[in-house]
Design a protein around this ligand. Sequence first.
Ligand SMILES: Nc1nc2c(c(=O)[nH]1)N[C@H]1C(S)=C(S)[C@@H](COP(=O)(O)O)O[C@H]1N2
Ligand SMILES: [Mo]
Length: 326
Amino acid sequence: MPTDPDAVPHEKPRPDEDRSNPSRRQFLRSAALFTGTALALGGGLELLTRRPGAVSSEEAPELARPARPLGPYDTSEPVTPYAQATTYNNFYELGVSKDDPARNASALRVRPWTVEIDGEVQKPVTVDIDQLQSWFPLEDRIYRMRCVEGWSMVMPWLGFPLAALLRRVQPTGEARFVKFTAVNDPQDLPGQQEAILDWPYVEGLRLDEAMHPLTFMAMGLDGKVLLPQSGAPLRLAVPWKYGFKSIKSIVRITLTASQPETTWSRAAPDEYGFYANVNPAVPHPRWSQATERRIGELRRRDTLPFNGYAEQVAGLYRGMDLRRFY
Ligand SMILES: Nc1nc2c(c(=O)[nH]1)N[C@H]1C(S)=C(S)[C@@H](COP(=O)(O)O)O[C@H]1N2
Ligand SMILES: [Mo]
């Protein structure tokens, strides 16, 4: 058993990567300049959209927003430095090493981008990402993020509650779950040229989890438009669940009557369940979940039930055996 889960990726063994083609594509992409456009947002905010793949972390466009006091859902813990949050990532479509997603970022084309919302809804829609963003004022949320590998961060997201989007499309009486599908572009995404996982990456939530006010759709981080490695242009942030639930680069949201299959529970059903609520009392089969290392810190700290959000979310699971529904 590994002594430092941080050092052990949570996937099974993988084939060697062929980096020759991806790096050539990356070079060609980076060479192409992207013209910026400004667009007005509801709530009087202004967002500068450029293709984030074409900019370095330091130059990511700022999302102007008013300074504000901490809200009821924010942690007051120190935020993980942006340089670390954008260079230490899990995003297997862009490679399996922690620094692969940043290095291969330009392989992800984030415009044009459409999101399809379908299934058990009265108003299905396929919408351009910039239009989708204009529907909702951007909010800040400073959330803890705990990866099942045993490391954690504090992420200052910008985005909107998933509930606002779901209300807009009006779930039918049959809707019980929400399925999310990530980008599928094996031509361009180096990780999708490998059989690391079944592509595209899919995730799911129960409808009441999806409607919870903590469940957030992020489009920005630390005042800037999301970089590809963070899941641009649209990702989920569910702070009381292990990080793999927070699917990146979403292209489709489908409301369903039955529980959807999810990528990690399909890959290793004994290791990853559908719920994946952070639970220090239930070890992963190959390592303990009792403690974690906050990125930027040396000493490990205790992991909290529901990642510290028990007060807000434990009620969703009343009467459920959380060892069985892991
Ligand atoms: N599409 C997609 N989403 C994904 C992943 C992935 O490989 N592909 N990795 C997940 C895992 S395991 C974690 S811990 C978080 C990491 O988010 P971060 O890199 O922004 O910290 O993204 C999650 N979302
Ligand atoms: Mo993770």
